[in-house]
Design a protein around this ligand. Structure first.
Ligand code: GLU
Length: 308
């Protein structure tokens, strides 16, 4: 049975873009008779609040998106389902990766990284220039104390077939450089946590925003290093506001708070479904009513969609 998931970061109320990812992930899982899991991605202790997790759950219920596993009450046998409680599991998997000899301690400051980074990416992404990378690899026995842990990436192409955008090819050395698995302060990096979690939780289909296409390549690389089977990835268009900027938690009128105060759940679902190409025009409809006719073929493979 396929298993999909939604993995929100509880750093604020959901907006229409988050709901689009949740809806498509849920529909895809349900249309295949699969299960759906809710994981709380609260790795950032400063920004994550339990109260937001509770509200996200309430909003998902209200929208008619139910889950079989996970969430705050942690139903299921692959828990805990909150990343903040999975540190010992991440530590075990980091050890396995360290045993390959392709990780190394990095003590670069942000200023040093900025000064030595590889050619600047147009979207402001930082490509680590490899300042702390050992001259000979694999390298063993390094001292990681007080340092962040970076994984060496190959200067070769990682390819995968995205469920919406089709064949994807990324050269991690050029696009991101060696990336962090654990920060110097001990915080776990999203890339490691998400791979370990999706693998151990049996997730077979990952549906999320198209801003994470490159992350999928980083994650596939980690799956390979760990000898684990990657899930099927399907990335979905990001929603942009009227000014063409990607929706953020600051776009008040498209946040769940405002949407719930002004529209019914079937109105919101119908509007989103039309925007995504699942309906010819906005009609009031429940999420469950969309299951029988759901097909990835209907979704427009644009990277972004603007909301007028
Ligand atoms: N926690 C991430 C977010 O809320 C999603 C990551 C993922 O789906 O892999 O943006």
């Amino acid at each position: 049975m396929i298993k999909g998931r939604f993995a929100p970061s509880p750093t604020g109320r959901m907006h229409l873009g988050n709901i689009a990812s949740a809806l498509l992930s849920w529909l895809s899982a349900r249309a295949q008779g699969g299960a759906w899991l809710l994981r709380i991605e609260d790795l950032d202790p400063q920004r994550s609040k339990r109260e937001y997790s509770r509200i996200i759950e309430d909003d998902l219920h209200w929208l008619g998106l139910d889950w079989d596993e996970g969430g705050l009450d942690g139903r299921g046998d692959a828990g805990p389902y909150s990343q903040s409680r999975r540190g010992d599991i991440y530590a075990r998997y980091l050890e396995l990766i360290n045993a390959t000899g392709y990780t190394y301690p990095c003590r670069c400051t942000r200023a040093e990284i900025m000064a030595t980074q590889a050619p600047h990416q147009s979207d402001g992404r930082i490509v680590y220039g490899g300042r702390c990378r050992p001259a000979v690899l694999p390298a063993f026995g390094a001292d990681f104390d007080g340092a962040s842990t970076r994984i060496c990436v190959p200067d070769s192409i990682i390819s995968f077939d995205d469920g919406l955008y089709g064949p994807q090819h990324f050269n991690l050395a050029r696009e991101v450089g060696d990336f962090i698995l654990r920060r110097a302060d001990g915080a776990w990096a999203y890339q490691l946590a998400v791979v370990v979690d999706d693998a151990l939780m049996g997730v077979s289909e990952v549906v999320r925003g198209s801003d994470l296409l490159l992350s999928a390549a980083q994650q596939i690389y980690l799956y390979r290093l760990l000898g684990l089977e990657p899930p099927r990835f399907a990335h979905v268009p990001l929603l942009c506001n009227a000014e063409g900027r990607r929706l953020s938690k600051r776009d008040g009128s498209l946040s769940m708070e405002h949407l719930r105060a002004t529209m019914t759940a079937p109105q919101i679902i119908g509007r989103l479904a039309a925007l995504l190409g699942l309906l010819p025009e906005p009609t009031e409809i429940t999420a469950a009513e969309l299951i029988p006719d759901f097909s990835w073929q209907k979704i427009k493979p644009d990277r972004t969609l603007s909301i007028k």
